[in-house]
Ligand binder design. Structure first.
Ligand SMILES: [Zn+2]
Length: 188
């Protein structure tokens, strides 16, 4: 899976809408391929990708990198094994993050691959504070929820990070349905 396929996939699944969300991929030790700011992942093309170095300087491409670039770079600098970072505002997971409500494991996949998903308290979008705080939560997790913001997933490759973005959204949706049904139990 390349970055363009990854963008289209999460757009089609409703994990991002409009121009929200961003994705990056580590090309080598010094270069990161990242979506440009203002990109709609549903119709992403090569022209919407830029290559930056670890200081955030554009080394290839004509657009400005995502406004969340700092977060992507801090994660790569901290964890050498991470090759891909995906950020979405997927609705069910974002709602749990907003409420500070932890996700429960609802199936074998969520138990094995998500475990205890951390929820990070609010930091303003695009800041170094957010970048550092998110990086910190990824010490023991490949997924983090950000209060009043959304989701970050990481992986050894794009497939892993994308699959985790899908899994955390599915898990949040099932959590919501379970709670709703449990509340209504006995009322029928
Ligand atoms: Zn965002």
């Amino acid at each position: 899976m390349n970055l363009i396929e990854a963008g289209k996939r999460i757009y089609e699944k409703g994990l991002v809408v409009g121009k929200s969300g961003n994705i990056s991929y580590k090309l080598d030790e010094g270069r990161i391929l990242i979506t440009a700011t203002g990109t709609c992942l549903g119709v992403i093309t090569d022209g919407d990708l830029v290559v930056v170095n670890l200081k955030g300087k554009v080394v290839k491409g004509h657009k400005n990198p995502s406004s969340e670039m700092r977060m992507h770079l801090e994660i790569y600098k901290a964890y050498k094994s991470i090759k891909a970072v995906v950020h979405t505002h997927s609705p069910y997971a974002s709602a749990f993050a907003y409420c500070g409500k932890k996700l429960k494991s609802v199936n074998p996949e969520s138990e094995i691959f998500l475990g205890e998903t951390p929820i990070l308290s609010f930091f303003p979008h695009g800041t170094m504070e957010l970048a550092k705080a998110v990086t910190d939560t990824l010490k023991d997790s490949k997924v983090t929820l950000m209060e009043k913001h959304g989701v970050v997933t990481v992986g050894k490759g794009l497939s892993q990070a994308i699959e985790l973005a899908e899994l955390v959204e599915e898990t949040a949706k099932i959590n919501y349905l379970v709670e709703t049904l449990a509340k209504n139990k006995g009322e029928g």
